[in-house]
Design a protein around this ligand. Structure first.
Ligand code: NDP
Length: 246
């Protein structure tokens, strides 16, 4: 309940799905949490109200991860508001999925901008403000390791990029005892990938534990990595997928 008491967190993309679960769990553990959203203002405000009415601290900032300056400004705003930064979670992500001949240049550019470029930008800005012993956690995907069906070339490429980015940044920031890790979920029941959606049963059949993951299960793992017990884990891509890649 208080493993993150006194810590300040910034979650990029925290209005829905896995991001919202991470925001709530970090706040539940005592962190003051700033998070961004692009379109889902109502859901973002609902999360803020839920946290603050339970005695926690949270603010929502509108910032489209597609735009570098919006990410930098949001991060600076959060640091100013709460007076520092200990934890950065890069969760914002988009899914472009389809036959190779139908994927567009716009799909490619948007996916790389949101899933990769915004992560680099947020990490670079966060590094200027982050306290010693800070934590950076990127949300990748098991698709960096395994793409068991057609259509995922662009998405898998974007999530594979986070594996290298995470290793490089772990080296850059290790001397300040800041850890950088990449959490790779398997299929998780959210609006991006509903457990009752088209193709879901095909995915489910590939898992050892034959069900979709819950956003709260990913949030729990992220919270562990953000906490005091995880100070010696860095540069790692850690899969949480119900055995999808086993
Ligand atoms: P959802 O589509 O349910 O939620 C996406 C979140 O990211 C929303 O809060 C959304 O905010 C935010 N977001 C998207 N684009 C932007 C943007 N341009 N700027 C700011 N915020 C943005 O997705 P999930 O919760 O399922 O996914 C979260 C992360 O987990 C992603 O990185 C995804 O790739 C990854 N992942 C998901 C898996 C799954 O099966 N669900 C599996 C493996 C990885 P808003 O609504 O305000 O735009």
């Amino acid at each position: 309940m208080d493993t993150l008491q006194g810590k300040i967190a910034f979650v990029q993309g925290g209005s829905r799905g896995i991001g919202a679960a991470i925001v709530k769990r970090l706040a539940h553990e005592g962190a003051a949490v700033a998070f961004t959203y692009a379109a889902s203002a109502e859901q973002a405000e609902k999360t803020v109200t839920e946290i603050t009415s339970a005695g926690g601290k949270a603010i929502a900032i509108q910032a489209d991860s597609n735009h570098a300056s919006a990410v930098q400004t949001a991060l600076r705003q959060a640091v100013e508001h709460f007076g520092g930064l200990d934890i950065l979670v890069n969760n914002a992500g988009v899914l472009a999925w389809g036959p190779l001949e139908e994927l567009t240049l716009e799909d490619l550019d948007r996916t790389l901008a949101v899933n990769v470029r915004s992560v680099f930008i947020a990490c670079q800005e966060a590094a200027k403000h982050m306290n010693e012993g800070g934590r950076i956690i990127n949300i990748g995907s098991v698709n960096a390791d395994r793409v068991p069906m057609a259509g995922g070339a662009i998405y898998a490429m974007s999530k594979s990029a986070l594996v290298g980015l995470t290793k490089g940044m772990a080296r850059d920031l290790g001397p300040r005892s800041i850890t950088v890790n990449n959490v790779q979920p398997g299929p998780v029941d959210t609006e991006m990938n509903p457990a009752d959606g088209e193709g879901a049963s095909q995915l489910q059949a590939l898992m050892a534990v034959q069900r979709y993951g819950k956003a709260e299960e990913i949030a729990s793992f992220v919270t562990y990595l953000a906490g005091p017990d995880a100070g010696y884990i860095t540069g790692a891509s850690l899969t949480i997928d119900g055995g999808f890649s086993a």
